[in-house]
Design a protein around this ligand. Structure first.
Ligand code: ADP
Ligand code: MG
Length: 483
Protein backbone atom coordinates (compact mmCIF):
# COMPACT_ATOMS: atom_id res chain seq x y z
CA UNK A 1 0.00 0.00 0.00
CA UNK A 2 1.18 3.50 -0.73
CA UNK A 3 3.18 5.43 1.82
CA UNK A 4 2.92 8.48 -0.33
CA UNK A 5 0.01 10.28 -1.89
CA UNK A 6 0.31 11.60 -5.43
CA UNK A 7 -1.31 15.01 -5.46
CA UNK A 8 -1.88 17.45 -8.30
CA UNK A 9 1.30 19.31 -7.40
CA UNK A 10 3.56 16.35 -6.60
CA UNK A 11 4.18 13.67 -4.06
CA UNK A 12 3.28 13.85 -0.34
CA UNK A 13 4.65 11.58 2.36
CA UNK A 14 2.73 10.39 5.41
CA UNK A 15 4.14 10.88 8.91
CA UNK A 16 2.32 8.87 11.55
CA UNK A 17 2.71 8.29 15.29
CA UNK A 18 0.43 5.96 17.21
CA UNK A 19 -0.74 6.13 20.80
CA UNK A 20 -1.95 2.68 21.82
CA UNK A 21 -3.96 2.11 24.98
CA UNK A 22 -3.49 -1.43 26.20
CA UNK A 23 -5.43 -2.78 29.15
CA UNK A 24 -3.10 -4.50 31.58
CA UNK A 25 -3.95 -8.14 32.21
CA UNK A 26 -4.55 -8.20 35.97
CA UNK A 27 -7.28 -9.61 38.20
CA UNK A 28 -7.90 -6.30 39.92
CA UNK A 29 -7.78 -2.61 39.06
CA UNK A 30 -4.87 -0.16 39.19
CA UNK A 31 -5.82 1.40 42.54
CA UNK A 32 -8.60 -0.83 43.90
CA UNK A 33 -9.36 -4.47 44.53
CA UNK A 34 -12.40 -4.61 42.20
CA UNK A 35 -12.44 -7.30 39.51
CA UNK A 36 -11.70 -6.57 35.85
CA UNK A 37 -13.50 -9.37 34.04
CA UNK A 38 -14.83 -8.39 30.61
CA UNK A 39 -18.57 -8.63 29.95
CA UNK A 40 -19.70 -8.66 33.60
CA UNK A 41 -23.12 -7.28 34.61
CA UNK A 42 -22.89 -3.43 34.47
CA UNK A 43 -21.68 -1.83 37.70
CA UNK A 44 -20.99 -5.19 39.34
CA UNK A 45 -17.23 -4.61 39.56
CA UNK A 46 -17.06 -1.19 41.15
CA UNK A 47 -15.39 -0.48 44.47
CA UNK A 48 -15.90 2.71 46.46
CA UNK A 49 -12.59 3.94 45.04
CA UNK A 50 -13.73 3.38 41.44
CA UNK A 51 -17.00 5.20 42.15
CA UNK A 52 -14.93 8.05 43.67
CA UNK A 53 -16.72 8.14 46.96
CA UNK A 54 -15.47 10.99 49.17
CA UNK A 55 -12.53 10.09 51.35
CA UNK A 56 -11.52 6.98 49.43
CA UNK A 57 -7.81 6.49 48.87
CA UNK A 58 -6.12 4.79 45.92
CA UNK A 59 -3.71 1.95 46.71
CA UNK A 60 -1.27 0.95 43.97
CA UNK A 61 -1.60 -2.56 42.56
CA UNK A 62 1.95 -3.90 42.57
CA UNK A 63 1.17 -6.50 39.92
CA UNK A 64 0.13 -3.78 37.44
CA UNK A 65 3.47 -2.06 38.00
CA UNK A 66 5.24 -5.36 37.42
CA UNK A 67 3.27 -5.86 34.19
CA UNK A 68 4.27 -2.38 32.97
CA UNK A 69 7.93 -3.06 33.73
CA UNK A 70 7.67 -6.42 31.95
CA UNK A 71 6.15 -4.67 28.93
CA UNK A 72 8.89 -2.04 28.93
CA UNK A 73 11.52 -4.77 28.96
CA UNK A 74 9.73 -6.53 26.07
CA UNK A 75 9.85 -3.27 24.10
CA UNK A 76 13.62 -2.97 24.66
CA UNK A 77 12.91 0.20 26.60
CA UNK A 78 14.45 2.22 29.38
CA UNK A 79 12.76 1.42 32.72
CA UNK A 80 12.65 4.52 34.91
CA UNK A 81 13.43 3.94 38.59
CA UNK A 82 11.41 7.03 39.45
CA UNK A 83 7.96 7.83 38.10
CA UNK A 84 5.06 9.96 39.27
CA UNK A 85 1.28 9.61 39.18
CA UNK A 86 -0.48 12.83 38.32
CA UNK A 87 -4.07 13.97 38.15
CA UNK A 88 -5.33 14.78 34.67
CA UNK A 89 -8.37 16.92 35.33
CA UNK A 90 -11.43 16.94 33.11
CA UNK A 91 -15.16 16.52 33.48
CA UNK A 92 -17.06 13.70 31.89
CA UNK A 93 -20.06 11.70 33.14
CA UNK A 94 -18.11 8.41 32.97
CA UNK A 95 -15.29 9.85 35.10
CA UNK A 96 -16.69 10.15 38.64
CA UNK A 97 -13.41 11.41 40.17
CA UNK A 98 -13.33 14.42 37.86
CA UNK A 99 -9.75 13.48 37.05
CA UNK A 100 -7.88 10.51 35.72
CA UNK A 101 -4.78 9.30 37.54
CA UNK A 102 -2.09 9.09 34.88
CA UNK A 103 1.61 9.67 34.45
CA UNK A 104 2.82 12.73 32.59
CA UNK A 105 6.24 14.20 33.15
CA UNK A 106 7.75 11.10 34.67
CA UNK A 107 6.46 7.93 32.98
CA UNK A 108 7.50 4.48 34.20
CA UNK A 109 9.02 3.54 30.83
CA UNK A 110 11.07 5.71 28.48
CA UNK A 111 12.54 5.19 25.04
CA UNK A 112 12.47 1.80 23.38
CA UNK A 113 11.99 0.24 19.95
CA UNK A 114 10.40 -2.67 18.15
CA UNK A 115 11.15 -4.36 14.86
CA UNK A 116 8.15 -4.67 12.58
CA UNK A 117 7.84 -7.01 9.61
CA UNK A 118 6.59 -5.32 6.47
CA UNK A 119 4.59 -7.06 3.73
CA UNK A 120 7.56 -6.98 1.33
CA UNK A 121 9.58 -9.07 3.78
CA UNK A 122 11.73 -6.23 5.05
CA UNK A 123 12.09 -5.24 8.70
CA UNK A 124 11.76 -1.70 10.02
CA UNK A 125 12.58 -0.38 13.47
CA UNK A 126 9.89 1.84 14.98
CA UNK A 127 10.83 3.93 18.00
CA UNK A 128 8.81 3.87 21.22
CA UNK A 129 8.72 7.27 22.89
CA UNK A 130 7.33 6.20 26.25
CA UNK A 131 4.91 3.98 28.12
CA UNK A 132 2.93 5.30 31.05
CA UNK A 133 0.33 3.82 33.36
CA UNK A 134 -3.11 5.32 33.81
CA UNK A 135 -6.67 4.55 34.88
CA UNK A 136 -9.37 3.77 32.37
CA UNK A 137 -12.68 5.68 32.52
CA UNK A 138 -16.15 4.14 32.74
CA UNK A 139 -18.49 3.80 29.80
CA UNK A 140 -21.52 5.89 28.91
CA UNK A 141 -24.30 3.86 27.34
CA UNK A 142 -26.60 5.84 25.08
CA UNK A 143 -28.44 2.96 23.47
CA UNK A 144 -30.18 1.38 26.46
CA UNK A 145 -33.12 3.75 26.86
CA UNK A 146 -34.93 6.13 24.47
CA UNK A 147 -34.37 9.28 26.52
CA UNK A 148 -31.74 8.42 29.15
CA UNK A 149 -28.05 7.64 29.15
CA UNK A 150 -26.61 5.15 31.56
CA UNK A 151 -23.14 4.78 32.98
CA UNK A 152 -21.29 1.50 33.52
CA UNK A 153 -18.34 1.95 35.86
CA UNK A 154 -16.94 -1.59 35.54
CA UNK A 155 -14.08 -0.28 33.42
CA UNK A 156 -13.50 2.71 35.68
CA UNK A 157 -10.10 2.37 37.32
CA UNK A 158 -8.87 -0.56 35.21
CA UNK A 159 -5.14 -0.30 34.53
CA UNK A 160 -4.01 0.89 31.12
CA UNK A 161 -0.62 1.26 29.55
CA UNK A 162 -0.43 4.07 27.03
CA UNK A 163 2.29 3.20 24.57
CA UNK A 164 3.39 6.15 22.41
CA UNK A 165 5.37 5.63 19.22
CA UNK A 166 7.79 8.01 17.57
CA UNK A 167 6.49 9.55 14.31
CA UNK A 168 8.40 6.83 12.43
CA UNK A 169 5.44 5.24 10.66
CA UNK A 170 5.04 6.06 6.98
CA UNK A 171 1.77 4.51 5.88
CA UNK A 172 -1.16 2.23 6.60
CA UNK A 173 0.91 -0.91 5.98
CA UNK A 174 3.52 0.11 8.51
CA UNK A 175 0.86 1.14 11.01
CA UNK A 176 -0.78 -2.27 10.61
CA UNK A 177 2.53 -4.07 11.00
CA UNK A 178 3.34 -1.99 14.07
CA UNK A 179 0.02 -2.72 15.79
CA UNK A 180 0.24 -6.42 14.95
CA UNK A 181 3.79 -6.69 16.26
CA UNK A 182 3.01 -4.72 19.40
CA UNK A 183 -0.01 -6.91 20.06
CA UNK A 184 2.06 -10.05 19.50
CA UNK A 185 4.68 -8.90 22.00
CA UNK A 186 2.06 -7.98 24.61
CA UNK A 187 0.38 -11.34 24.21
CA UNK A 188 3.67 -13.22 24.49
CA UNK A 189 4.45 -11.25 27.64
CA UNK A 190 0.95 -11.88 29.01
CA UNK A 191 0.61 -8.20 29.89
CA UNK A 192 -2.41 -7.43 27.64
CA UNK A 193 -4.70 -9.83 25.79
CA UNK A 194 -4.63 -7.52 22.74
CA UNK A 195 -8.30 -8.06 22.08
CA UNK A 196 -9.40 -5.04 20.05
CA UNK A 197 -13.00 -6.26 19.79
CA UNK A 198 -13.33 -6.10 23.57
CA UNK A 199 -11.54 -2.75 23.72
CA UNK A 200 -8.44 -4.13 25.47
CA UNK A 201 -6.35 -2.40 22.82
CA UNK A 202 -7.31 0.96 21.29
CA UNK A 203 -5.36 3.31 19.11
CA UNK A 204 -5.19 7.05 18.47
CA UNK A 205 -3.62 7.93 15.13
CA UNK A 206 -1.52 11.09 14.71
CA UNK A 207 -0.95 12.00 11.09
CA UNK A 208 0.62 14.81 9.10
CA UNK A 209 1.77 15.12 5.49
CA UNK A 210 5.00 16.55 4.13
CA UNK A 211 7.04 16.70 0.96
CA UNK A 212 9.62 13.88 1.08
CA UNK A 213 12.72 15.04 2.93
CA UNK A 214 11.07 18.11 4.44
CA UNK A 215 10.32 18.91 8.11
CA UNK A 216 7.22 17.40 9.69
CA UNK A 217 4.00 19.27 9.08
CA UNK A 218 1.12 20.02 11.42
CA UNK A 219 -0.66 16.90 12.60
CA UNK A 220 -4.17 15.88 13.50
CA UNK A 221 -4.91 13.30 16.15
CA UNK A 222 -7.67 10.83 15.31
CA UNK A 223 -9.43 9.17 18.22
CA UNK A 224 -11.72 6.19 18.45
CA UNK A 225 -9.86 4.02 15.98
CA UNK A 226 -10.65 0.62 17.41
CA UNK A 227 -9.69 -1.99 14.87
CA UNK A 228 -6.81 -2.56 12.49
CA UNK A 229 -9.17 -2.00 9.59
CA UNK A 230 -10.32 1.29 11.07
CA UNK A 231 -6.67 2.38 11.45
CA UNK A 232 -6.10 1.68 7.76
CA UNK A 233 -9.26 3.45 6.66
CA UNK A 234 -8.71 6.44 8.94
CA UNK A 235 -5.15 6.89 7.63
CA UNK A 236 -6.28 6.71 4.00
CA UNK A 237 -9.12 9.15 4.57
CA UNK A 238 -7.11 11.60 6.64
CA UNK A 239 -4.12 11.61 4.27
CA UNK A 240 -6.37 12.50 1.34
CA UNK A 241 -8.17 15.16 3.35
CA UNK A 242 -4.92 16.85 4.38
CA UNK A 243 -3.41 16.68 0.89
CA UNK A 244 -6.47 18.30 -0.58
CA UNK A 245 -6.23 21.19 1.89
CA UNK A 246 -2.47 21.60 1.38
CA UNK A 247 -2.70 21.50 -2.39
CA UNK A 248 -5.32 24.20 -2.37
CA UNK A 249 -2.99 26.46 -0.46
CA UNK A 250 -4.65 25.85 2.89
CA UNK A 251 -3.13 25.04 6.25
CA UNK A 252 -3.74 22.09 8.53
CA UNK A 253 -5.20 23.12 11.86
CA UNK A 254 -3.86 21.05 14.72
CA UNK A 255 -6.94 19.37 16.13
CA UNK A 256 -8.44 16.24 17.55
CA UNK A 257 -10.68 14.41 15.12
CA UNK A 258 -13.00 11.49 15.61
CA UNK A 259 -13.13 8.43 13.35
CA UNK A 260 -16.68 7.62 12.31
CA UNK A 261 -16.71 3.92 11.35
CA UNK A 262 -20.21 4.16 9.87
CA UNK A 263 -19.61 7.11 7.53
CA UNK A 264 -15.93 6.15 7.03
CA UNK A 265 -14.66 9.64 7.69
CA UNK A 266 -12.85 11.69 10.32
CA UNK A 267 -14.68 14.60 11.90
CA UNK A 268 -13.37 17.53 13.91
CA UNK A 269 -13.88 17.09 17.68
CA UNK A 270 -11.93 20.04 19.02
CA UNK A 271 -9.18 22.34 17.78
CA UNK A 272 -5.97 23.16 19.61
CA UNK A 273 -7.54 26.37 20.92
CA UNK A 274 -10.34 24.42 22.52
CA UNK A 275 -7.92 21.77 23.76
CA UNK A 276 -8.37 20.73 27.34
CA UNK A 277 -6.15 22.27 29.91
CA UNK A 278 -5.77 19.21 32.05
CA UNK A 279 -4.01 21.05 34.89
CA UNK A 280 -1.76 18.09 35.60
CA UNK A 281 -0.28 17.94 39.09
CA UNK A 282 1.20 15.10 41.16
CA UNK A 283 -1.55 13.16 42.92
CA UNK A 284 -1.13 13.99 46.63
CA UNK A 285 -2.70 10.63 47.56
CA UNK A 286 0.14 8.68 45.93
CA UNK A 287 3.85 8.68 46.57
CA UNK A 288 6.23 8.76 43.62
CA UNK A 289 6.90 5.26 42.40
CA UNK A 290 10.45 4.16 43.11
CA UNK A 291 11.54 0.81 41.78
CA UNK A 292 14.81 -0.92 42.44
CA UNK A 293 17.11 -2.33 39.76
CA UNK A 294 17.08 -5.72 41.53
CA UNK A 295 13.37 -5.97 41.06
CA UNK A 296 13.65 -5.00 37.39
CA UNK A 297 16.29 -7.71 36.93
CA UNK A 298 14.07 -10.27 38.69
CA UNK A 299 11.27 -9.44 36.24
CA UNK A 300 13.68 -9.61 33.30
CA UNK A 301 14.49 -13.20 34.28
CA UNK A 302 10.82 -14.16 33.93
CA UNK A 303 10.52 -12.88 30.34
CA UNK A 304 9.56 -15.56 27.84
CA UNK A 305 11.36 -16.04 24.55
CA UNK A 306 9.92 -13.17 22.50
CA UNK A 307 8.64 -13.36 18.89
CA UNK A 308 11.83 -12.10 17.18
CA UNK A 309 14.12 -14.50 19.04
CA UNK A 310 11.74 -17.37 18.45
CA UNK A 311 11.53 -16.61 14.75
CA UNK A 312 15.30 -16.53 14.39
CA UNK A 313 15.61 -19.78 16.31
CA UNK A 314 12.98 -21.47 14.12
CA UNK A 315 14.83 -20.37 10.99
CA UNK A 316 18.22 -21.44 12.37
CA UNK A 317 17.39 -24.66 14.18
CA UNK A 318 14.52 -25.98 12.09
CA UNK A 319 15.76 -24.62 8.75
CA UNK A 320 12.36 -23.10 8.03
CA UNK A 321 11.71 -20.27 5.60
CA UNK A 322 11.23 -16.83 7.14
CA UNK A 323 7.62 -16.98 5.99
CA UNK A 324 6.85 -20.31 7.65
CA UNK A 325 8.68 -19.29 10.81
CA UNK A 326 6.64 -16.07 10.85
CA UNK A 327 3.36 -17.97 10.58
CA UNK A 328 4.34 -20.42 13.30
CA UNK A 329 5.45 -17.84 15.86
CA UNK A 330 2.47 -15.51 15.32
CA UNK A 331 0.88 -17.02 18.43
CA UNK A 332 2.72 -18.39 21.40
CA UNK A 333 0.43 -21.43 21.55
CA UNK A 334 0.92 -22.09 17.84
CA UNK A 335 4.71 -22.11 18.19
CA UNK A 336 4.44 -24.50 21.11
CA UNK A 337 2.12 -26.77 19.12
CA UNK A 338 4.59 -26.89 16.25
CA UNK A 339 7.51 -27.66 18.55
CA UNK A 340 5.59 -30.62 19.96
CA UNK A 341 4.73 -31.92 16.49
CA UNK A 342 8.25 -31.63 15.16
CA UNK A 343 10.08 -33.06 18.16
CA UNK A 344 12.38 -35.76 16.72
CA UNK A 345 10.77 -35.46 13.29
CA UNK A 346 11.33 -33.85 9.92
CA UNK A 347 10.87 -30.12 10.57
CA UNK A 348 9.79 -29.07 7.08
CA UNK A 349 7.23 -31.86 6.87
CA UNK A 350 5.97 -30.94 10.34
CA UNK A 351 5.76 -27.23 9.44
CA UNK A 352 3.87 -28.09 6.28
CA UNK A 353 1.36 -30.20 8.18
CA UNK A 354 0.82 -27.61 10.91
CA UNK A 355 0.50 -24.65 8.54
CA UNK A 356 -1.25 -26.04 5.50
CA UNK A 357 -3.28 -28.94 6.80
CA UNK A 358 -4.03 -28.17 10.45
CA UNK A 359 -4.22 -24.37 10.47
CA UNK A 360 -5.86 -24.39 7.04
CA UNK A 361 -8.53 -26.74 8.30
CA UNK A 362 -9.08 -24.98 11.66
CA UNK A 363 -9.33 -21.68 9.85
CA UNK A 364 -11.96 -23.09 7.51
CA UNK A 365 -13.92 -24.50 10.46
CA UNK A 366 -13.47 -21.29 12.44
CA UNK A 367 -11.94 -23.23 15.32
CA UNK A 368 -9.18 -21.74 17.46
CA UNK A 369 -6.04 -23.84 17.90
CA UNK A 370 -6.83 -24.20 21.60
CA UNK A 371 -9.91 -26.28 20.69
CA UNK A 372 -8.27 -28.29 17.92
CA UNK A 373 -9.70 -31.82 17.76
CA UNK A 374 -6.21 -33.00 16.75
CA UNK A 375 -3.64 -32.75 19.52
CA UNK A 376 -0.03 -31.84 18.76
CA UNK A 377 1.04 -35.30 19.94
CA UNK A 378 -1.32 -37.00 17.46
CA UNK A 379 -0.29 -34.78 14.56
CA UNK A 380 3.33 -35.54 15.41
CA UNK A 381 2.56 -39.27 15.27
CA UNK A 382 0.96 -38.78 11.87
CA UNK A 383 4.07 -37.01 10.57
CA UNK A 384 6.09 -39.90 12.01
CA UNK A 385 3.97 -42.43 10.07
CA UNK A 386 4.65 -40.57 6.83
CA UNK A 387 8.35 -40.33 7.60
CA UNK A 388 8.79 -44.04 8.32
CA UNK A 389 6.69 -44.82 5.20
CA UNK A 390 3.92 -46.59 7.07
CA UNK A 391 1.53 -44.44 5.05
CA UNK A 392 1.93 -42.18 2.04
CA UNK A 393 1.33 -38.44 2.15
CA UNK A 394 -1.86 -39.01 0.19
CA UNK A 395 -3.30 -41.54 2.65
CA UNK A 396 -2.16 -39.29 5.52
CA UNK A 397 -4.67 -36.70 4.35
CA UNK A 398 -7.48 -39.23 4.68
CA UNK A 399 -6.22 -40.26 8.11
CA UNK A 400 -6.08 -36.59 9.08
CA UNK A 401 -9.72 -36.11 8.06
CA UNK A 402 -10.70 -39.00 10.32
CA UNK A 403 -8.57 -37.55 13.13
CA UNK A 404 -10.45 -34.25 12.81
CA UNK A 405 -13.79 -36.07 12.93
CA UNK A 406 -13.02 -38.60 15.64
CA UNK A 407 -10.11 -37.25 17.66
CA UNK A 408 -8.54 -40.73 17.43
CA UNK A 409 -4.79 -41.25 17.19
CA UNK A 410 -3.43 -41.92 13.69
CA UNK A 411 -1.95 -45.39 14.38
CA UNK A 412 -5.35 -46.67 15.52
CA UNK A 413 -7.02 -45.23 12.42
CA UNK A 414 -4.42 -46.76 10.09
CA UNK A 415 -4.87 -50.10 11.84
CA UNK A 416 -8.69 -50.04 11.87
CA UNK A 417 -8.98 -48.97 8.24
CA UNK A 418 -6.14 -51.16 6.99
CA UNK A 419 -4.35 -48.21 5.46
CA UNK A 420 -0.77 -49.38 5.87
CA UNK A 421 1.31 -48.57 2.85
CA UNK A 422 2.32 -51.57 0.76
CA UNK A 423 6.09 -51.52 0.37
CA UNK A 424 6.36 -55.24 -0.17
CA UNK A 425 7.63 -55.35 -3.77
CA UNK A 426 6.11 -58.79 -4.36
CA UNK A 427 2.61 -57.51 -3.64
CA UNK A 428 3.12 -54.42 -5.77
CA UNK A 429 4.52 -56.46 -8.63
CA UNK A 430 1.40 -58.61 -8.51
CA UNK A 431 -0.80 -55.57 -8.93
CA UNK A 432 1.37 -54.20 -11.74
CA UNK A 433 1.10 -57.47 -13.61
CA UNK A 434 -2.68 -57.36 -13.34
CA UNK A 435 -2.83 -53.78 -14.58
CA UNK A 436 -0.53 -54.47 -17.54
CA UNK A 437 -2.51 -57.59 -18.48
CA UNK A 438 -5.80 -55.68 -18.38
CA UNK A 439 -4.36 -52.92 -20.57
CA UNK A 440 -2.39 -54.83 -23.16
CA UNK A 441 -3.34 -52.34 -25.90
CA UNK A 442 -1.95 -49.43 -23.91
CA UNK A 443 1.23 -51.36 -23.19
CA UNK A 444 1.66 -51.72 -26.98
CA UNK A 445 1.14 -47.98 -27.49
CA UNK A 446 3.58 -47.18 -24.70
CA UNK A 447 6.22 -49.40 -26.19
CA UNK A 448 5.57 -47.73 -29.56
CA UNK A 449 6.63 -44.41 -27.99
CA UNK A 450 3.57 -42.99 -26.23
CA UNK A 451 5.54 -42.10 -23.04
CA UNK A 452 2.67 -40.17 -21.53
CA UNK A 453 0.91 -43.46 -20.70
CA UNK A 454 3.39 -44.09 -17.88
CA UNK A 455 1.34 -41.83 -15.62
CA UNK A 456 -1.78 -43.77 -16.52
CA UNK A 457 -0.20 -47.07 -15.40
CA UNK A 458 0.95 -45.50 -12.11
CA UNK A 459 -2.56 -44.21 -11.54
CA UNK A 460 -4.12 -47.62 -12.21
CA UNK A 461 -1.73 -49.38 -9.84
CA UNK A 462 -2.35 -46.84 -7.09
CA UNK A 463 -6.08 -47.17 -7.60
CA UNK A 464 -5.98 -50.97 -7.45
CA UNK A 465 -3.96 -50.78 -4.24
CA UNK A 466 -6.50 -48.30 -2.83
CA UNK A 467 -3.73 -45.74 -2.56
CA UNK A 468 -1.67 -47.95 -0.33
CA UNK A 469 1.14 -48.87 -2.66
CA UNK A 470 4.35 -46.95 -2.03
CA UNK A 471 4.51 -44.54 -5.00
CA UNK A 472 8.30 -44.64 -5.30
CA UNK A 473 8.27 -48.46 -5.42
CA UNK A 474 5.47 -48.42 -8.01
CA UNK A 475 7.45 -46.09 -10.26
CA UNK A 476 10.58 -48.14 -9.93
CA UNK A 477 8.92 -51.50 -10.61
CA UNK A 478 6.81 -50.19 -13.49
CA UNK A 479 9.89 -48.84 -15.21
CA UNK A 480 11.60 -52.21 -15.04
CA UNK A 481 8.51 -54.09 -16.22
CA UNK A 482 7.90 -51.80 -19.17
CA UNK A 483 11.46 -51.55 -20.40
P1 ADP B 1 0.22 14.78 22.72
O1 ADP B 1 0.73 14.85 24.10
O2 ADP B 1 -0.46 16.00 22.24
O3 ADP B 1 -0.57 13.54 22.43
P2 ADP B 1 2.80 13.85 21.75
O4 ADP B 1 3.99 14.72 21.53
O5 ADP B 1 2.81 12.94 22.90
O6 ADP B 1 1.53 14.76 21.78
O7 ADP B 1 2.61 13.03 20.43
C1 ADP B 1 1.61 12.14 20.26
C2 ADP B 1 1.88 11.32 19.04
O8 ADP B 1 1.95 12.13 17.88
C3 ADP B 1 3.18 10.54 19.08
O9 ADP B 1 2.90 9.21 18.69
C4 ADP B 1 4.06 11.24 18.08
O10 ADP B 1 4.92 10.33 17.44
C5 ADP B 1 3.07 11.77 17.08
N1 ADP B 1 3.49 12.99 16.38
C6 ADP B 1 4.12 14.07 16.89
N2 ADP B 1 4.30 14.99 15.94
C7 ADP B 1 3.78 14.50 14.79
C8 ADP B 1 3.65 15.00 13.44
N3 ADP B 1 4.08 16.21 13.10
N4 ADP B 1 3.05 14.21 12.55
C9 ADP B 1 2.59 13.00 12.88
N5 ADP B 1 2.67 12.49 14.11
C10 ADP B 1 3.27 13.22 15.06
MG1 MG C 1 -1.96 12.22 23.04
Amino acid sequence: MAQTVQGETGVWEMVIGLEVHAQITAKSKLFSGAATQFGAEPNSQVSLVDAAMPGMLPVINEYCVEQSVRTGLGLNAQINNFSVFERKNYFYPDLPQGYQISQFEHPIVGKGEIEVDLPDGSVKVIGITRLHMEQDAGKSMHDQHPTKSYVDLNRSGCALMEIVSEPDIRGADEATAYINKLRMILRYLGTCDGNMDEGSMRADVNLSMRRPGEEMGTRCEIKNVNSVKAVQQAIAYEADRQVEILENGGEIVQETRLWDPVKNETRSMRSKEEAHDYRYFPDPDLLPLEIANDWIEDIRKTLPELPDEKKHRFIEDYKLSAYDAGVLIAEHARAHYFETVTKGRDTKLAANWVINELLGRLNKDNTPLESSPVSAEHLGELVGLIEDKTISGRIAKDVFDIMIESGKDPATIVEEQGLKQVTDTGAIEGIIDEVLAENADKVEQYKAGKDKLFGFFVGQVMKKSQGKANPAAVNELLKTKLS
